[in-house]
Design a protein around this ligand. Sequence first.
Ligand code: NIG
Ligand code: FE
Length: 377
Amino acid sequence: MTAKLIDGIGLLYTGDPAGAEEIEHAAMVVEDGRVVWTGPAAEAPDADEREDAGGRCVIPGFVDSHAHLVFAGDRTPEFDARMSGQPYTAGGIRTTVAATRAAGDAELATRAAALIAEMRRQGTTTVEIKSGYGLTVEDERRSLEIASGLVDDTTYLGAHVVPAGTDADDYVRLVTGEMLAACAPYAKWVDVFCERGAFDGDQTREILQAGIKAGLQPRVHANQLTEGPGVRIAVELGAASADHCTHLSDADVDALASSGTVATLLPGAEFSTRSPYPDARRLIDAGATVAIATDCNPGSSFTSSMPFCIALAVREMRMTPLEAVRAATYGGARALRRDDVGVLRPGSRADYVVLDAPSYVHLAYRPGVPLVTRVSS
Ligand code: NIG
Ligand code: FE
């Protein structure tokens, strides 16, 4: 395999908190899809090929650790109504469920692949995909089969909402029984939307424990619309991530700060539902590990753009640009318990992004501007 030297990097953000997190006037050597060397350009070793970054900033590909990409249909009227003052409720999910059930496998796969391509053009190289718009055994199973053909991190979210006309206890039995058995072969993670109008604390615990027994690892949609037990349950069960974290008690913040559970913030959801943003400062200052993800879905956050979410995190959640880019790379990788992505250090995947900017600060400083000029192949 040929080794390639990427030279002339004005600023290399490695995303490696244990090493040199930022290197000015840097270079990087990649070989066989892996990083083999990073450091000051003046010390760069020889390589077979050379690429000149022209003084631009290079960062790890973004890790979007929370996305719902297997769906059909359209929720434009719902968004339009929200922007005219209607509140967001969990019930809108059922609109997408009906459209998804009616769609063929090929349509669902094509749409999901198109969204992944859209994400990639904006610098995302790792994506997690959840099911949750099928809510029958076969529709959840095929959603996950499609997702697992596209990405490594797939999440069983049969417990997204109780389908219309179904008894909640019967549905929890299905989600923890036949549906789980059909879905587990295609999933790495199990997730529950723990929220008023979706699943309560007891149901959440029962579903996550059943998933763990089936070999899946837990993550939770927690404390999005109201303060509730989601974060506490996530921490109690050793979940990789508690996602949303918009309404937190002091005890929730302490629990996250003193656990290995990442607080994944999804500012696209607050933007698109015109809701108050999570208090990122409170979490970071308490010592919690924070990730940022898009929550890309047709209802609450139809953006595929990590740069947009970074800009929101900086402007609306008072994260510094460094904290935001760290949360979108290293943080996302922690939320998926992956060491090979979200970081550029010897041994990691050579997933890198060249920004048409001298610094990652421009991701927030120049909001809405397509700064991603190159994404490693
Ligand atoms: O993460 N919170 C639950 N699920 C999605 C919304 C899904 C929808 O409205 O379709 C979310 O925001
Ligand atoms: Fe979500």
